[in-house]
Design a protein around this ligand. Structure first.
Ligand code: NI
Length: 174
């Protein structure tokens, strides 16, 4: 039910390394539900727990198209392996970095090892959009953001712009 606040840059929480989930209890299940609600509410296609301030290795995704049925996916302790040499490029945005899109090249396919909500170990092969999204979210679990793919100059510029917009919410023109 509860939609959570999404943390945005430059909040240092986003730089924290998330911890492995040892046991999946009702707490984790509730967290996953909240993450889905928060993600759908913001029209995002992926969210990592750290983006709502919880440093646990949990990711939710839904890469289904606009007119398709929803396809919620949840990954606990995801681990990426077998990345392809072949790359794909997407303009990536991030719910924690408002109004910013960055072209990023990543492995076109990968395999993700993870645990599902029923504590079962699973593996899934990911292509294209799903491959990019899961890699983006796994970066979050290690405190890495899409702006880290840029030069320091460009990165500082983006953070400055976002911080400035945040600090002047009452701007009016009369
Ligand atoms: Ni993100």
């Amino acid at each position: 039910m509860p939609i959570k606040n999404i943390i945005t840059v430059p909040n240092e929480i986003l730089r924290k390394k998330s911890q492995l989930v040892e046991k999946i209890t009702n707490l984790e299940k509730t967290l996953v539900n909240d993450m889905f609600e928060t993600m759908y509410n913001s029209n995002g296609i992926g969210l990592a727990a750290i983006q709502i301030g919880i440093a646990k290795r949990i990711v939710v995704l839904d890469v289904s198209g606009k007119d398709e049925e929803k396809k919620p996916m949840c990954f606990i302790n995801p681990k990426i392996k077998n990345t392809s040499d072949e790359r794909s490029v997407y303009e990536e945005g991030c719910l924690s970095i408002p109004n910013t899109f960055i072209q990023i090249e990543r492995p076109k396919t990968c395999v993700v090892e993870y645990v599902d909500l029923n504590s079962k170990k699973k593996e899934i092969k990911c292509n294209d959009l799903l491959s990019t999204c899961i890699q983006h979210e796994c970066n979050h679990l290690d405190g890495k953001l899409i702006i880290d793919f840029l030069s320091k100059f460009k990165k500082d510029l983006i953070i400055k712009k976002i911080s400035k917009n945040k600090s002047s919410p009452n701007k009016i023109v009369v």
